[in-house]
Design a protein around this ligand. Structure first.
Ligand code: UDX
Ligand code: UDX
Ligand code: ADP
Length: 497
């Protein structure tokens, strides 16, 4: 029986290993983590992450060929294949602060593998890491190997949160990079055999180590770039009277461009896009390619601009002041169908509104009050590092009230901001919401999910990203709000913390 161990039971390691266990009954899979509460949660009915379909997969395999444990060393020493899926946040201090990936967790995992191994192992990079990390890890392992043979592979994960299980069941491709030596090729084959249980041969791509590492950064940079491109267009649409949805549709029907990932939004979030682009920028700078670095930086600048623009629009529309006004925030997660808030645009938007002294009432179907308070009070350094399961600090933002119901959040509010595209927001009773709000009642749709015309009939003043503006909004252009810097998100890039 092949034994697999995965170090890191997070958003990537947990679901990926659960699906490997489901699809390969002959493989024993252990997922290990240093965080005791996280492992306890994986062994309970309340999994530590919300992901549609995940409960079902875990229930089918847990205790059979899928195990979650904190006994990291035991499972690593017994495994034939070790996946490393620990966090790699952006460095906040020292050399490369604000851009380079912090490989502390990676390095400590590699040293531990070298320490406890008694048999040959294939070590697989699963977390996104800078190009040439495999080489560094190889050095750590071989210099501490005690005669054991380690083969390093890069097998980046392309799943998106919210659709992780479907993405894992039917991946567009699986990418495996390895050394082009006989031992390297043998290791690639061994990992390929695992995926071959359910992924068609032509979808398993093999490359050299560095191509695999760089492909992951490139894929995320291209995806983020599409969103920044459409978001940049959304600003121009508002200025000219074009409709960004129509423009995206027309652009996306060109088969060379394709229709997906062209939804204008309040900005992209998630743990990967910004981190991976910053990483790419750093690698370019280190390799003497400042023009290339500058090109990719722009993707992040537009994303920051989009969040700032949204806050400015809200404040400008409401007579240039939201001080003491209740503003309802619907959605806090970085996208629907996840409880994850890492890099969510909601953090910057909420901080921007709080800076202008608004009172916020926040509802998200999957994000807890603790998490929201932590996101709004913690500085980036703490927030980016794996302390998310530690007890909450006593500081809370008093102007923020977190509720479990959209109607309660919107009651007596002056405005509603939709920041995550949860399906349930589409079917809310907006007449009821309107009746219970202050007038004039505003809706700022940061995800273009509501029917703006219907809401206007009810009486709302509606702003939808990239769509022709209401007469009201035209009269109060956000661009003229020049000096209320307190109300805009802090867009300066690092160092943070
Ligand atoms: C373009 C648009 O494709 C077309 O839809 C529009 O109507 C007019 O502009 P054209 O300029 O004729 O058409 O050729 P196109 O095939 O788009 O190539 C433009 C340039 O991009 C060429 O120099 C081509 O060599 C280059 N190119 C194209 C690349 O360098 N790499 C590619 O992958 C594709
Ligand atoms: C992303 C990549 O899609 C995935 O392949 C990689 O493995 C990890 O990073 P994820 O961050 O989970 O996945 O979600 P994704 O669906 O890519 O969305 C990222 C952000 O972009 C979200 O905030 C989402 O709301 C936003 N987005 C996405 C848009 O604003 N418009 C779009 O058209 C698509
Ligand atoms: P991702 O989204 O990449 O999966 P997460 O932050 O969700 O990232 O998960 C990474 C996990 O790795 C965390 O649960 C963290 O506790 C764990 N981890 C970090 N370093 C180690 C280590 N040396 N040994 C075991 N687990 C680790």
């Amino acid at each position: 029986m092949v034994k697999i161990c995965c170090i890191g039971a997070g958003y990537v390691g947990g679901p990926t290993m659960a699906v490997i266990a489901l699809k390969c009954p002959s493989v024993e899979v252990a997922v290990v983590d240093i965080s005791i509460p996280r492992i306890n949660a994986w062994n309970s009915d309340q999994l530590p992450i919300y992901e549609p379909g995940l409960d079902d997969v875990v229930k089918q395999c847990r205790g059979k060929n899928l195990f979650f444990s904190t006994d990291v060393e035991k499972h690593v020493s017994e495994a034939d294949i070790v996946f490393v899926s620990v966090n790699t946040p952006t460095k906040t201090r020292g050399l490369g602060a604000g851009k380079a990936a912090d490989l502390t967790y990676w390095e400590s995992a590699a040293r531990m593998i070298a320490d406890v191994s008694k048999s040959d192992k294939i070590v697989v990079e699963k977390s996104t890491v800078p190009v040439k990390t495999a080489e560094a890890i190889e050095k750590i392992l071989t210099h501490n190997s005690k005669g054991i043979n380690f083969q390093i592979l890069s097998n980046p994960e392309f799943l998106a949160e919210g659709t992780a299980i479907q993405d894992l069941f039917k991946p567009d491709r699986v990418l495996i990079g390895g050394r082009e030596t006989p031992e390297g090729l043998k290791a690639v084959k061994a990992l390929k055999d695992v995926y071959a249980h359910w992924v068609p041969d032509e979808r398993i791509l093999t490359t050299n180590l560095w191509s695999a590492e760089l492909s992951k950064l490139a894929a995320n940079a291209f995806l983020a770039q599409r969103i920044s491109s459409v978001n940049a267009m959304s600003a121009l649409c508002e200025a000219t009277g074009a409709d960004v949805t129509q423009v995206s549709f027309a652009v996306g029907t060109d088969s060379r461009i394709g229709p997906k990932f062209l939804n204008a939004s309040v900005g992209f979030g998630g743990s990967c896009f910004q981190k991976d682009i910053l990483n790419l920028v750093y690698i370019c700078e280190c390799n003497g390619l400042p023009e290339v670095a500058e090109y990719w930086k722009q993707v992040i600048k537009i994303n920051d601009y989009q969040k700032t623009r949204f806050v400015n629009r809200v404040v400008a529309s409401m007579f240039n002041t939201v001080a003491n006004k209740k503003v309802a925030i619907l959605g806090f997660a970085f996208k629907k169908d996840t409880g994850d808030t890492r890099e969510t645009p909601a953090i910057d938007v909420c901080k921007g509104l709080l800076g202008d002294k608004a009172r916020l009432s926040i509802y998200d179907p999957q994000v807890t009050e603790d998490q929201i308070q932590r996101d709004l009070t913690m500085n980036k350094f703490d927030w980016d590092h794996p302390l998310h399961l530690q007890p909450m600090s006593p500081t809370t933002v008093k102007q923020v009230n977190v509720v479990w119901d959209a109607y309660e959040a919107t009651k007596d509010a002056h405005a509603v901001c939709i920041l995550t595209e949860w399906d349930e927001f589409k079917t809310l009773d907006f007449q009821k919401i309107y009746d219970n709000m202050q007038k004039p009642a505003f809706v700022f749709d940061g995800r273009n999910i509501i029917n703006a015309d219907k809401l206007r009939e009810i009486g709302f003043i509606v702003y939808s990203i990239g769509k022709p503006l209401d007469a009201w909004l035209k009269d109060m252009p956000a661009g003229q709000k020049s000096n209320s810097t307190g109300g805009t998100p802090n867009t300066s890039r690092r160092p943070r913390g």
